[in-house]
Write a protein that binds this ligand. Structure first.
Ligand code: PLP
Length: 365
């Protein structure tokens, strides 16, 4: 059977390896497997979510509340935006998909950073759009502007802070950039790690209410998968002008987020103390990665997220390192596919990080 030709050269997203796979493939005891590959919260989620999820079991037979009233009300309050300026997706991933389908087509160009979140390109290729990349490893707003003038893209993605490098841009520079972009171009600000950035350096934090109030062409994305510890629940959101949200809504399948996920996210949003605890611990532990890198004579990229990118020296190989670690039950992300001789490590609990240092030190010496 012949399929849509865009599928011919389409590369699928490579998800972080699950713990179960390492248990099966290498016969390692599950308790000895450490997964630091997908930027999940190593402290789990708010204990209040566990209670709430238990209570929801009695409602499983019914379809979810398709208006997503409770979670929208929570987000509206948290971010000081109108409920009509919010869309909720099965992960912010799904909102990215809606946005690309809503704004672009096979004749469109989509501008992204040289190294960035893989799904932008994958969804762009689904519709046959052309992807334009910057050259700089880190977001350079001047270069983005030059490429914008040259190519007139339909969509510009700014991943701030960026995955998989962890770098971020000053909020002021981002806003000055957006102010120069014509209102027909959709600028997507992906704030998947914004909670961490806000804690480390508020001058790099972008607030959705301010963006939406200033720019009718901006879509801000957030997720419950990282700081809120709900990666398995698949809940993310987009915040933008009503105009943009209405367009995205046309592409949304009904009941795209389950009752269980909506409830978990609503309750998680209320437990600010848990999120603050996770973030404070994250940066405390990140300091140990910086010290480790220094000791081993390798470079890191200054990170505003819950992961650190370790850039290896020329005589070291990230594919080999990731592979040897995997065989010992330590799952990290190899960045060779992104053109970097580097690994990305999610900051784990103190014990998980100890294990990482213990296993990695002899491999880098
Ligand atoms: C994790 C991540 C997302 C989306 O996560 P979902 O689980 O789909 O909400 C989006 N953008 C970036 C940069 C991410 O790292």
């Amino acid at each position: 059977m012949k399929f849509n030709p865009v599928l011919d050269n389409l590369v699928s997203y490579e998800a972080g390896k699950p713990i179960e796979l390492v248990v099966r493939d290498f016969g390692i005891d599950p308790k000895d497997v450490v997964k630091l590959a997908s930027n999940e919260n190593p402290y789990g989620c708010s204990p209040k979510v566990q209670q709430a999820v238990g209570d929801i079991v009695s409602k499983m037979a019914l379809y979810p509340d398709d208006s997503m009233y409770k979670l929208k009300a929570g987000l509206s309050k948290r971010f000081n935006v109108d409920e009509k300026e919010i869309i909720i997706g099965a992960g912010s991933d799904q909102v990215i998909e809606f946005a690309i389908h809503a704004k672009a087509n096979a004749q469109s160009k989509i501008l992204i950073n040289s190294i960035t979140f893989a799904m932008y390109e994958i969804y762009a290729h689904h519709i046959g759009a052309e992807v334009i990349r910057t050259k700089s490893r880190e977001h350079d707003m001047d270069e983005f502007y030059e490429l914008y003038l040259e190519h007139k893209p339909s969509i510009i993605f700014l991943c701030v802070p960026n995955n998989p490098t962890g770098e971020s841009v000053d909020a002021k520079a981002v806003k000055e950039f957006i102010a120069k972009i014509d209102k027909e171009t959709l600028v997507i600000v992906d704030g998947a790690y914004m909670e961490y950035t806000h804690y480390k350096d508020p001058s790099k934090a972008l607030m959705p209410d301010e963006l939406v109030a200033s720019f009718e062409n901006v879509l801000y994305l957030g997720t419950f998968s990282k700081a809120y510890g709900l990666g398995g629940m698949r809940v993310g959101y987009g915040i933008a002008s009503r105009d943009i949200i209405m367009a995205l809504y046309k592409l949304r399948p009904p009941f795209n987020v389950t009752t269980l996920s909506l409830e978990a996210a609503s309750v998680a949003l209320e437990d600010e103390a848990f999120v603050e605890f996770s973030i404070a611990k994250n940066f405390e532990e990140m300091g140990r990665y910086d010290a480790f890198a220094k000791k081993m004579g390798i470079q890191t990229i200054d990170s505003y997220t819950n992961f650190v990118t370790l850039c290896l020296n020329d005589d070291q190989d990230s594919t080999e390192l990731a592979d040897v670690l995997l065989r010992q039950g330590m799952i990290v992300r190899n960045l060779k596919g992104y053109g970097l001789n580097a690994i990305r490590v999610t900051i784990g609990t103190p014990a998980q990080n100890d294990r990482f240092f213990e296993l990695t030190e002899p491999l880098l010496s």
